[in-house]
Design a protein around this ligand. Sequence first.
Ligand SMILES: *Cc1c(COP(=O)(O)O)cnc(C)c1O
Length: 415
Amino acid sequence: MLEELGIKKETLDFIEKEEEKISDIFKIIDANCRLNSLKVLSAFHKHNVSEGFFNSTTGYGYNDLGRDNIEKIFAEVLEGEDALVRSQFISGTHALTVALFSYLRPNDILLSIAGLPYDTLHEVIGIVPNQSSLASFGVKYEQIDLVEDDFDYESIQNYLKNNKVKLIEIQRSKGYSTRKSITIDKVEKVIKMIREVDKNVIIMVDNCYCEFVETKTPLSVGADIIVGSLIKNLGGGIAPNGAYIAGKKELVDLAGERLTCPGEGREVGPTLGINKSILEGLFFAPGVVASSLKTAVLTSVCLEDLGYKVEPRYNDNRADIVQNIIFGKEADLVSYVQGIQAASPIDSNSVPLPWNMPGYEDKVIMASGSFTQGSSIELSADGPIRAPFIAYQQGGLTYEYGRLGVARAIENIKK
Ligand SMILES: *Cc1c(COP(=O)(O)O)cnc(C)c1O
C-alpha cells in the first residue's frame, strides 16, 4: 500500500527519526488541546446543548434556537460578549469585509498595523482598485509595517496621537508574506500600548488560522472584535462553510445589520440543517488543530533537515497552523504541492498546476484534496508563483494522515 502511495520505507524511517526530536513539542500541543477541549465542553454544558439545537430553519430563519445558542457558545469559547456565526458568510474574506463595512464610514481611517493585509482584502480595501471597495466609499487606508516581525510601537503611537483612527486591523497569520505570525503575547502588548493613546479606536483582529493554537484569545487581551473562517480551525473539518465575527455585543450586532439588512439584522438567517455540523466541528476543533500543529512541526523539522529554509522552525512558538517551506526554486515548490495532492483523500489523481485565482495577483498553485472545497484545516498546501517560492502548508484532520501527506510530498521533491 505504501508503494502504491509512492512512499519508500527509507522515507518513513527518516520521519520516525525526526519524530524523536519533536516528542516534547507534541506534549505541549497536547496540553493546549486538553485546555481548549475543556473550554469547549464547558461551553456546551453552560448552554445546555440538546438535540433540539440540531433542528433546522428555512426561509427567513426566524427563531432558530440552535443558531442563537451556537452564537452564545462561540462567544464563550472565544471569550467575547457575543458572536455572529453564520453560513451566510461565504468565506473568511466575506466576514472580514462585512466587519469592515459595518464599522467604517466615509472619511474614516482604517489603519493596518501588521503591514499589508491578506491578498483577498486588497480589492476590498481598495489597495487594488475596485468599484465596490472601501476606498470607493471614501474610506481612507493607512498602513504601518512590522519591524523585525514585531509591531512598530513608536510609529503606531505617533500616528494615533496625530490622527483620529476609526479602526485598527491586526492580521495575526502571515498570509502570503514571509513575516512571522503574531502570538497572543504580542497582540496583548500592542493593545495595551494603543489604549494608552486611544480609548475608542476599534481594534479588529483577523484571527484566521490562529484559533486554539494558544489557550488565550485576542478578545481576552483587549481586542474589540475578531474574525475567522469555519473552513479553517474552528470548523474542525466538519462545518461545511461559514465564518464568525465575535467580540463586543454592540459591534457584533452592527455586523448583523450589515450581513443581512438594517432592521432585520441577526433575527434572520436560516440554518438549512447545518447546526449539528457546526457544533460537531467546534467539538472536534481543539483536536483537529492539534493534529494540524503536529503535522506542521513534523514538516518543519523534516524539510529543514533536508536542507530547506522553513518558517517557523520546529521548536519556535507558534501563533497559527501555517508552515512555510522556502523552496527557492519553482520546480521544488510545484513538486511538493503536487505531492500533498497525491496523498489527499479526495482527487488524489488530479495534478495541481499554477493558475490564476480570483482575488489573488500572482499565479497560485494549490493542493486541496479536501472533503470541503478550499478547506484549509484539511491538509493543504499552496503558494503564489513568485520568488522565493514559498509553500504555505496547513491543516491535517488527523496527524496520521498528515504524516502520510508529508511523506509523499518529500518523495516528490526527492525525485
Ligand atoms: C484564509 C485567510 C483569510 C481569508 O479567508 P477565506 O476564507 O479564504 O476567504 C483572511 N486572512 C487570513 C490571515 C487568512 O489566513
